[in-house]
Design a protein. Structure first.
Length: 326
């Protein structure tokens, strides 16, 4: 059974995790009734929780408008974005610790065979699929780091991407020539520039980011998204260092989006679904293929079902396509 660790804390006697859950439900819902259903509580209980938050903070966090449902106030949106940024940063840390704890507990109980060890570049759709499976263990890593897991034997399969859909650059090209590996296209996904609501600086390209001296937030070294960004810079005749903040690194699309939503950055790369989740503008830079590579000796049944689940989910998720649609 998968272990899910959660971080919590208190501020002004408010439990931050439950406060975030209420605000997050309101962000993703058209009304308080819909948010209450998301939380699994009654409409009355939902109002009570909102009222308790406002009483503790001394400020309104939500407002009910006739004909427009219940929405967060500017203060409520800022509080939601700040909590989102923190939990987005904690996500990969908690995921790694969850796996370590799970392995430690398994070691003191009757050992259960691990079917498939997967090291994969961060992708929200893939993480959602893996979370529902008990036959796959996942280590989230940048695309280059994932390949290192495969080479060292600490992973049976890897998920990777390198941006755009042209010829694979080194070292990814070697995977397609390796006779001991099978490589599948798992799904296609769109990436682009995530920007403040309304794209106030009318950003259309990487060149605009440099020209306007906007604050960029990058992904970590070795991430496929960062490799794509650096290629976009090269195609525009720019050194990545010419982009203000290019040395600022985050490990997930959510963390990048949260920084932009809180005003700590002006632009970063990510998927349209994440941009929409944080209320950000999105400017597409293109589509890429996310691949799965595995040793021929790996568990064929687990790999086949993983591929099928990814194709189904991609066909119904904003900014994704199953490979059949390509």
């Amino acid at each position: 059974m998968r272990i899910d660790l959660e971080a919590d804390g208190t501020w002004r006697n408010l439990a931050l995790r439950s406060t975030f859950a209420v605000l997050d439900a309101l962000v993703g819902s058209a009304s308080l009734l819909s948010a209450a259903r998301t939380l699994g509580i009654s409409y009355r209980s939902a109002w009570s929780r909102v009222a308790a938050i406002e009483a503790a903070l001394g400020k309104p966090v939500a407002v009910k408008t006739k004909g427009h449902g219940t929405t967060l106030t500017p203060y409520g949106r800022a509080l939601h974005a700040a909590l989102s940024a923190t939990y987005a940063r904690l996500e990969p840390v908690l995921d790694a610790e969850s796996q370590r704890l799970e392995q430690a507990l398994q070691a003191i109980e009757t050992p259960k065979p691990v079917t498939l060890r997967l090291a994969a570049s961060h992708d929200p759709l893939l993480l959602g699929i893996i979370a529902q499976r008990s036959d796959v263990t996942l280590a989230v890593a940048g695309s280059l780091d994932a390949l290192a897991h495969l080479r060292s034997g600490t992973a049976d399969a890897v998920g990777f991407h390198y941006g755009s859909e042209g010829p694979a650059p080194a070292p990814f090209d070697a995977l397609f020539r390796d006779s001991e590996l099978t490589v599948w296209p798992l799904f296609r996904r769109e990436q682009g520039l995530m920007l403040p609501p309304g794209n106030p600086h009318a950003v259309a390209s990487v060149s605009d980011i440099a020209r306007l001296r906007l604050r960029f937030v990058n992904r970590q070294r070795g991430a496929g998204t960062r490799i794509w960004f650096e290629r976009l810079c090269a195609e525009s005749g720019l050194e990545p260092g010419a982009i203000l903040g290019a040395e600022t690194e985050e490990f997930t699309h959510q963390a990048v989006a949260a920084l932009i939503a809180t005003g700590a950055a002006d632009v970063g790369m990510g998927t349209p679904a994440i941009a929409a989740r944080f209320g950000l503008a999105f400017r597409s830079v293109g589509w890429e293929t996310y691949y799965l590579a595995a040793r021929i000796t790996g568990d064929a049944a687990a790999l086949s079902s993983l591929h099928a689940e990814a194709a189904r989910a991609a066909g119904t998720t904003l900014g994704y396509q199953s490979v059949a649609c390509g």
